[in-house]
Design a protein around this ligand. Structure first.
Ligand code: ADP
Ligand code: 6PG
Length: 173
């Protein structure tokens, strides 16, 4: 029963696999997916597509829209929610926690080489590899009190999801 309304945040820098992992995790647990990229206003997308990083003021309303969507989905039905969102800073994650205090956090981490290679081979996405350095500089890996699971991305998506589900089961027992 505990999983019925849980919220799992899949976070990390651009190209770390948030969308891929969140999509598979949601499918495996029968959850609903919130794709954070879909909540950016057009000006944020245009800025990133032009190779310029967002700042706190630009990310704030975006994070608030995602938090509102979490709340709306929680009211609508009882199935779990999986959120793909970079949530690079602690303050950004806390902003999402305003919707669900006990949000689980899965942080995907990888070497700059692996990340760059994935961004350079990804097709049809506004975000290219030129913002990777800024993304890595901004990233605040979760602190111990956030209870996050930190997973290396140099393994198949299915293995990452397996590990996430194992951690969740371990936390319940
Ligand atoms: N574990 C993985 N192993 C190999 N390729 C991956 C893995 N995770 C993601 N990818 C690929 O890397 C690219 C970036 O993944 P994506 O899910 O879009 O990342 P993000 O949502 O964090 O930007 C995509 O082309 C995706 O297919
Ligand atoms: O806060 C930010 O700077 C952005 O949100 C960024 O971290 C995010 O990663 C983009 O939305 C790109 O999309 P992908 O992460 O899907 O590449």
């Amino acid at each position: 029963m505990q999983d019925q309304a849980t919220v799992t945040l899949v976070m990390g820098v651009s190209g770390c696999g948030k969308s891929s992992v969140a999509t598979e995790l949601a499918a495996r647990i029968g959850g609903r997916l919130i794709e954070g990229d879909a909540f950016h206003p057009p000006e944020n997308i245009a800025r990133m597509a032009a190779g310029q990083p967002l700042d706190d003021a630009m990310r704030g309303p975006w994070l608030d829209r995602i938090a509102s969507e979490i709340t709306a989905l929680q009211k609508a039905a009882g199935s779990p929610i999986v959120v793909a969102c970079s949530a690079l800073k602690r303050a950004y994650r806390d902003r999402l926690r305003s919707a669900e205090r006990s949000m689980r956090v899965l942080c995907l981490v990888g070497s700059e080489d692996v990340l760059r290679q994935r961004l350079e081979t990804r097709e049809g996405h506004f975000m290219k590899a030129d913002l990777l350095a800024s993304q890595l500089a901004t990233l605040e890996v979760p602190e111990p009190d956030e209870g996050a699971t930190v997973i290396d991305i140099d393994q198949p998506v299915a293995a990452i999801v397996d590990r996430c589900l194992e951690e969740t089961a371990g936390q319940r027992s």
